[in-house]
Design a protein around this ligand. Sequence first.
Ligand code: BEZ
Ligand code: FE
Length: 276
Amino acid sequence: MRNLNQHTITKAVIERLADTQDERLKEIMTSLVQHLHAFAREVELTEDEWFKGIQYLTATGQMCDDKRQEFILLSDVLGLSMLTVAMNNDKPAGCTEATVFGPFHVDGAPHYADGDDVANGAAGIPCRVRGTVKGLNGEPVAGAVIEVWQADAQGNYDVQYPGLDEPQARGVLKSGPDGRFHFRTIVAEAYPIPSDGTVGELLRATGRHPWRPAHLHFMIKAPRYETLVTHVFRKGDQYLDSDAVFGVRESLVGDWLAQPDGSYTLDFDFVLNPGK
Ligand code: BEZ
Ligand code: FE
């Protein structure tokens, strides 16, 4: 095929995909080419702009290593991560909603017993978290594996401190026979997502702030139920309506209550979706 022009090239590229063995790959690539070409036409992309885009993606890739995933962060601030979560976690009414996983989960977090302090020295205001893991009919889910992780009072996760060699403000617990769990930690505070890379550059260029409202991450696993990846957000946080990664859902907002001794409590129940 020769003499392709701006009106005929899209069809030619799509036809070139005809021999793709994997049907799903063919569907995805066909749609990607269509949308990519439509985008270039819509904005009347110049050659300079095309090259700036290539340079931006190259720099984004160069920021990635085993501790930093700038492409996921880019997907997060463009709302693609949350869109994918929302499309793939359409649960029955009454189930706890899912939200983004985020980059700060670490495999192999320490295991704790009911009532233990998962802060393990992390700076912050002491806080007790209590709740029940239930199924959709209100049945308690015993022995659910509950992973929690959060930032400290400075808005940093333990993995963001280069010299720190033990996990802080993260841990794994199990719900009791009645589905209840209870642990001590520190109060979650709002924090900015990493903005010293290409994602930060994009946020500044588009007049956006990098803040996430205060939240506590949970991942809850139990046999015969779908794994739940979610957060509990802190009621009253100033960033609830402008989360940098679009992860807030009203049903996930919890009330951290101040106690007379200066500590806080959070009570929050989780409802798991029965497995498919
Ligand atoms: C987080 O909540 O840990 C997070 C999520 C998306 C991007 C950056 C941080
Ligand atoms: Fe987080």
